[in-house]
Design a protein around this ligand. Structure first.
Ligand SMILES: *Cc1c(COP(=O)(O)O)cnc(C)c1O
Length: 365
């Protein structure tokens, strides 16, 4: 066990253990485990939290993206524009929907989709833009939405790292045709297992996702479309309801810890993350950049500070995705940053003096 771990879900659980246990007990007593009251209640609560009219619980963030694409009618022969630096699930979801991912480089300051590069990537088969709100900060949505409207494209937001983040006063997930969330345990709102959610103001998209997540079943044993099994279960939903009530509080704690890092590292040789000013960053991850990243990471590890890299290999350079056809040098910003980025510990329950300790070590190293 490192002296300061990268994350600590046990410390978070200690604060809510009683309520989580009560929620579990309630589900066991109700003895309904799939698509019951808990999922319906979480969907209603989450829709209202994000500020949309519909939310549909699914089995993971990846499948939220896949089903949102499918519900927009996107499939084989279609192209979807996204980024190379957000990890593999986003691209995996596009492929699972049957479409082809077209990658576009990131903005050097926001680390999110660079709107100025989108037009050049649009081709006759392009059907959607899929921006990722990476590390907890919104992508610059206004220019993306403007391009999409002008070119007749759908916008599906990958908000899997940005529960509660805002863009121009609106919650992410509510800006495009659909927004997709993951409840993977370490996310800002995480369950105790897998889970996900599609949110949308479009009732037809919501209805389609409801069908698709449950083998296309409209009434019992009557199947109107070809779907899959991607249901959120009642136990996860019951526990997520306990945690949703605390999401804003936890995000505020993350923001406060991030401000401490900013202050303590501001005049050091590492580059701290930029708060873009067009919204509220919820710091799913606190990612710095250093020209000497590997040595810094090794030195921190020796001092007992655990760090991670999100992500060390851009998707197009992963062995599994060479077939997308984007070689080395295709996306200079993403490729350069993959060698420089380092995620520092930041989670609800991390103590301010631990942030001071980590920042002090970085300054000394
Ligand atoms: C976590 C994550 C996903 C996938 O979520 P799962 O629930 O693990 O399937 C997709 N996109 C991004 C950016 C993520 O961080």
């Amino acid at each position: 066990m490192p002296v300061i771990p990268f994350n600590d879900l046990a410390v978070q659980y200690q604060g809510i253990a009683g309520e989580v246990q009560a929620a579990l007990e309630r589900v066991f007593q109700q003895a309904r485990f799939i698509l019951g009251e808990e999922v319906a209640a979480l969907e209603a609560d989450f829709a209202s939290y994000v500020g949309v009219s519909n939310a549909v619980g699914v089995a993971s963030g990846t499948e939220a993206l896949q089903l949102a694409l499918m519900a927009c009618g996107i499939g084989p022969g279609d192209e979807v524009i996204t980024v190379p630096n957000a990890g593999v699930p986003t691209v995996a979801a596009i492929v699972a929907a049957g479409a082809r991912p077209i990658l576009v480089d990131i903005h050097p300051v926001s680390y999110n989709l660079d709107p100025s590069l989108v037009e050049a990537a649009i081709a006759p088969r392009t059907r959607a833009i899929l921006p990722v709100h990476l590390y907890g900060q919104a992508a610059d949505m206004d220019p993306i939405l403007e391009i999409a409207h002008r070119r007749g494209l759908r916008v599906i937001e990958d908000a899997c790292q940005a529960h509660g983040a805002e863009y121009q006063g609106k919650k992410v997930g509510s800006l495009g045709d659909a927004g997709c969330f993951s409840f993977y345990p370490t996310k800002n709102l995480g369950g105790y297992g897998d889970g996900g959610m599609v949110v949308t103001n479009d009732a037809r998209i919501a209805e389609k996702v409801r069908l698709l997540r449950n083998y296309g079943q409209k009434d019992r044993y009557y199947h109107v479309v070809e779907g899959i099994n991607s249901r959120l279960d009642e136990l996860q939903a019951a526990m997520l309801r306990v945690k949703l009530k605390r999401l804003d509080h936890w995000n505020e704690e993350r923001r406060s810890l991030a401000r401490s890092y900013d202050r303590l590292l501001g005049d050091s040789p590492v580059i701290v993350p930029s708060d873009m000013g067009y919204g509220t960053h919820v710091y799913h991850l606190y990612v710095i950049r250093s020209g000497d990243r590997d040595r810094l990471q090794a030195a921190l590890k020796k001092e007992g500070v655990e760090t991670l890299i999100h992500y060390p290999i851009p998707v197009h350079l992963q062995e599994a995705y060479r077939h997308l056809g984007f070689g080395e040098g295709s996306f200079p910003v993403s490729e350069k940053y993959a060698h420089e980025i380092l995620s520092l510990p930041l989670y609800p329950g991390l103590r301010p003096e631990q942030v001071e300790e980590i920042a002090g070590l970085i300054r000394r190293l």
